[in-house]
Structures are given as C-alpha cells and as structure tokens.
Write a protein that binds this ligand. Structure first.
Ligand SMILES: C[S@@+](CC[C@H](N)C(=O)[O-])C[C@H]1O[C@@H](n2cnc3c(N)ncnc32)[C@H](O)[C@@H]1O
Length: 474
C-alpha cells in the first residue's frame, strides 16, 4: 500500500484516469476517507467502489468523472472527512429467537435432493478419464467440478498464498505450477508441461481487469493483460479446449482503443488457432441455488473441427406441465437444514457462525420483510443514514439466493441479509449457495475463505460444463 503526500496526491488526481482500484484505495487511505463516505459523496453505490478496489469490476466513465470531481474538490473533501459518524458507539445485544421466525426456517422439499447433488462432487472417479490444468485457480471451485466429472487436475496456478493453501488441502495431487502468472517466463512453460504431462483442457478465470487488452502483445512483457499470459500456456500446451469464466460485466467492457473486449478475446483465440465463442449464463439455470450471471468463453482447437457450445440449461423459471426444465433451486433448498442462528451466535459447525451486528443495525432490519431493504422502512429513524436500497437487504427464502460476493459477511453489503434471521450470511451458507459440499476444506482467515468462496465458479456448474466438454469435444 502506498501513502500519498500532498504534492503526490494533487499530481495524481490532476491528470489521472482511475484505472486501478489500488490507486483509488491508496488515495482514500491517504485522505483518511472511508469507502462509505466516498460512495455517498460521489453518488456511486459502495459495492461498485468496493468491487473496483478489489479488482473485480471496472469503473464506467460517468463514475470515473464523479469520483474525480469529489477527489479534486479539496474544500468539500475536508468537510466530508471531518464529518462525524452518526453511530459512534456500537452496542451489542443478544437477539432472542422468535418462534415464528424459527418455524419459517423449516426444511424445504428440495433440501435433501440438493445435499445429494453436492455429495456427487465428493466422489473421486476410480480412474480419471481426462486431464486438465487450472490457471487463476482461487480456492478451487472450477477444479472441484472438473475433478468430480473425471478430470485429473495435473497442475494449478494461483497468485495468493492463502488461497493456494486451501487449494492444496483439497487437491493435494495437483502440482503448483506458479504463483503470479506474469512472473512465469515463457521459456519455463515447456518444463512445466513436462512436469504435468499433456492435458486436454485448460480451465481458468482471470479477474476481469486482466482483460485490459490495449497495446502491444509482447508475450514476455509482465505488464501484459492476464488473458495474454493465459494464452502463453495455451500456446505451449495446445489443449483441445481452453475455457475462461468471468463476470457478465465483461460483455460491455471496451479496451481503450474502443473495441469490445469480448470480440478481442475471440479474435486473439482465433490468432492462436482456436475457435472461441462466448456464452452468457445464469448459474440458477444449471442446478445452483443462486442468481449468478457469468460469461464463459469456450475455445476449441481448430483441428477438432467442432463449433464451441455450452450445455443446455436444466432448470428455469417457467416450469409447467410441458416444460422439460426443473424449477430453480432456492435459498431454502441450500440452507434450510442448517441450525437457525441469530447475530453473534455459533453452531456445532465452525463455519456456520454469525458475525455480531450492532444493536442499531438489528433494529433497522428486524421487521424488514424478505426481499426488502432497511432503506425501505417507512420510519426514517429506522433507515441507514446513506446508501442504496440494494444494501441492508434481505434475501428471499423460497427464491434462488442473490449472487454470492466476497463481501457476503458484511450486513451493509449488497443483499447480504439472511431471509429470516437478522444477520449477514455465514461462511457455511455462502459455501452451500455456491454449491461447495460441506466436506470441502476451508482453512485460513475468514477473509481468505470469503474471498475464495465469493470468487469461485460454482462447482456444480463447473461439473456440468466438464461433462459437456467430455461429451462433445474430447
Ligand atoms: C475469479 S478468481 C478464480 C476463482 C476460481 N476460478 C475458482 O473457481 O475458485 C481469480 C483468481 O485469480 C488470481 N489472480 C489474480 N491475478 C493473478 C496473477 N497475476 N497470477 C495468478 N493468479 C492471479 C486471484 O488471486 C484469484 O484467486
């Protein structure tokens, strides 16, 4: 982290484009300005600022302008930084279990079947039928789905040490083939390939800022876009299929030269001898109890001579007598067997433990109905002082859960409030919603675990994709 002095600060904001979340965080820290206050002053939802600082989303031009306007207004900044918090002293109280609420937490019909589906992810095939390597592995969501479908994951690459630890606990046979992908010299990739052997598939999902596809394509330039580093592995391994997962935002991202990033990705895959297609999907349509919009690029080596395709959705909203689709799974299907706990409580499961929330936040949320936010309260005294009505918002018990993000433990985050209890989601709930079986070993700090879970490809979705690749291309 870098501290700006006055001159550095003024120089940076006078000419900059905020193209790095780290710079924004460093500027804020140097000013002593909280993310919440910056969100309020700029009118940009805090989750967008948070995602940008964490490198998970880009900033729209209008948001860039709004931020720079705030950061360049030194008088205004002084006033914002000096403003006192409305709630300075937090008090914590025990929250009594309300019998009506506990009753609503009853097991749902789909819960048992869902837990059985997660069990499928635990079974390792006696013999693996196919091989893959995983790049940008995170904690291993993508890998788990592929492994359960019959892929031996020969190698993995991940920059964050704490995530490597979780990955290795769960996939001890996978060889670590690198940390920062940009630091792996192209000349080493041949040796890496010798250590893992040939693979038929490369799986991976760089963070979306890894697709800043401007400028030169010098393969040895470590500042190159992460996607181009991914292509260096594709060039050496020449797998039959290379697959990339990313956030839906990528569909609207443009490079500084004005081109859509999605078209550049397809065309660069083409330059490397692969025919690629992008598929926009929602995980809830593939048996995952979660609304999670994502894109997958499937790139098929040209000599395989088959058009890239994606599995057909198995679940949907419109179900009826003549529909072949199953109804989408719900929050209740994922979590209704878990112990009912309120703010600050634990259970027999060390990952099913609630964060303690201050009394004033519980008061705001206590009577908020499913699908509503504390910002919707009629009584202004029960509304949070600032923010948008996607924050402090309850999820809905009998609907697919909202997208699990890395911030799911923050009650002020986007749709992080449990449908019935008055608290944010526990790690176990988020893991269930993301379709990790309970046997998956999450170790390390709660922050690392939340990052791993929030960034993962849901293993059940990954399994469906893996089965499709086997059936169609391998
Ligand atoms: C979206 S997450 C991938 C999650 C993974 N697909 C899963 O299913 O669990 C992207 C990962 O890329 C890692 N990463 C970011 N920059 C990297 C780099 N330069 N080299 C290697 N890994 C990197 C991040 O630490 C993060 O874990």
């Amino acid at each position: 982290m870098m501290k700006f002095d006055r001159a550095g600060y003024l120089q940076t904001i006078s000419h900059m484009r905020l193209d790095s979340g780290n710079t924004l965080r460093d500027l804020r820290d140097s000013l002593g300005l909280s993310q919440a206050k910056l969100a309020e002053a700029s009118g940009i939802p805090q989750y967008i600022l948070s995602g940008f600082e964490l490198g998970k989303n880009e900033l729209a031009d209008a948001h860039q302008q709004a931020l720079l306007a705030v950061l360049r207004n030194s008088e205004g900044l002084r006033a914002i930084v000096a403003r006192k918090k409305r709630y300075r002293e937090h008090t914590y109280v025990e929250v009594k279990h309300d019998s009506k609420r506990v009753a609503r937490h009853a097991p749902s019909n789909g819960n048992e079947a869902y837990l059985s589906a997660l069990k499928m992810l635990e079974t390792k095939p006696k013999r693996y039928s196919h091989r893959a390597i995983s790049l940008f592995s995170g904690c291993g969501g993508f890998t788990l789905g592929f492994a359960s479908a019959g892929f031996e994951i020969r190698g993995f690459l991940e920059k964050e040490k704490d995530l490597q630890v979780i990955y290795q606990k769960n996939f001890p046979e996978a060889v670590k083939i690198g940390g920062d992908i940009a630091a792996v010299p192209t000349s080493d990739i041949e040796d890496i390939k010798r250590s893992t052997g040939e693979v038929e598939v490369i799986i991976g999902g760089p963070p979306c800022q890894g697709f800043s596809l401007a400028g030169k394509r010098d393969v040895n330039d470590p500042r190159n876009a992460l996607f181009r580093h991914y292509l260096r592995f594709v060039d050496v391994y020449r797998p039959k299929v290379a697959i990339l997962e990313n956030v839906r935002l990528l569909t609207s991202m443009r490079s500084p030269d004005g081109n859509y990033v999605k078209n550049q990705i397809r065309s660069e895959f083409g330059d490397h001898g692969y025919s690629a297609r992008m598929f926009e999907i929602n995980a809830k349509n593939f048996g995952v109890p979660q609304h999670r919009e994502r894109v997958f690029f499937i790139a098929v080596r040209e000599d395989i001579n088959k058009a890239p395709s994606f599995p057909t959705a198995s679940h949907g909203e419109e179900v009826g007598l003549f529909s072949e689709k199953l109804p989408c799974l719900t929050f209740a299907d994922a979590c209704s067997d878990l112990a009912y706990i309120e703010s600050g409580e634990g259970s027999g499961d060390p990952l099913h433990v609630s964060v303690s929330h201050p009394k004033h936040v519980i008061d705001w949320l206590w009577d908020v109905k499913e699908g509503f936010s504390a910002h919707d309260n009629a009584d202004p005294a029960k509304r949070p002082p600032s923010g948008y009505n996607t924050t402090y918002k309850r999820q809905i018990w009998r609907e697919p859960a909202s997208t699990v993000q890395t911030t799911f433990g923050m009650i002020s985050g986007c749709r992080n409030v449990h449908p019935i209890a008055t608290r944010s989601l526990t790690i176990r709930e988020a893991a269930r919603i993301q379709s990790f079986p309970d046997s998956f070993r999450f170790e390390g700090s709660a922050g690392t675990i939340r990052t791993g879970i929030g960034n993962a490809v849901p293993p059940l979705l990954a399994r469906v994709v893996a089965q499709h690749l086997i059936a169609e291309f391998l």
